[in-house]
Ligand binder design. Structure first.
Ligand code: DQA
Length: 145
């Protein structure tokens, strides 16, 4: 089983970026924890971070050719703006879980709307790094069932 993990814009700055909201764990540490869980479950992970919408669209679009069976995505700010990423996910049509470190619904109103949610299997938000871990668990369960 192969799962693609996509981290959107500014998530490369985790650890130093608004730590009161996003915590002190770096992206490298998150990827390491995800890889450990994946390994325990016999799953291979491909992790990808970009600050550029088109690069994220390209990566999602290559899912079939890269034999990706599911996607775990934190689209970050593109959650609230990107029809292109939503369309890419709809196009590849494989099980996808959207995650957010923060509880976007308890924050500014512009974060309450996700353009991504309607095309994913489910969403996890508000649990910090655990949002990623819970999302990966959910995808592994989905793939096994
Ligand atoms: C985020 C929430 C988004 O609103 C924000 O733009 C981010 C991170 C989160 O993980 O909480 O960059 O996706």
């Amino acid at each position: 089983m192969k799962i693609l993990v996509v981290h959107g814009p500014n998530l490369n700055l985790l650890g130093q970026r608004e730590a009161d909201i996003y915590g002190e764990t770096t992206l490298e540490e998150i990827n390491q924890r995800l890889n450990e869980k994946a390994k325990e479950n016999g799953v291979t992970l491909e992790t990808f971070q970009s600050n550029h919408e088109g690069e994220i669209v390209d990566e999602i679009g290559k899912s079939k050719e890269n034999e990706i069976q599911a996607i775990l995505i934190n689209p970050a700010a593109y959650t609230h703006t990107s029809i292109a990423i939503r369309d890419a996910l709809a196009a590849v049509s494989i099980p996808t879980v959207e995650i957010h470190l923060s509880n976007v619904y308890a924050r500014e109103e512009f974060r309450h709307k996700s353009l991504i949610s309607p095309v994913v299997h489910g969403q996890v938000c508000g649990f910090g790094v655990n949002s990623y871990m819970l999302g990966l668990d959910a995808l592994i369960d989905l793939l096994k069932s």
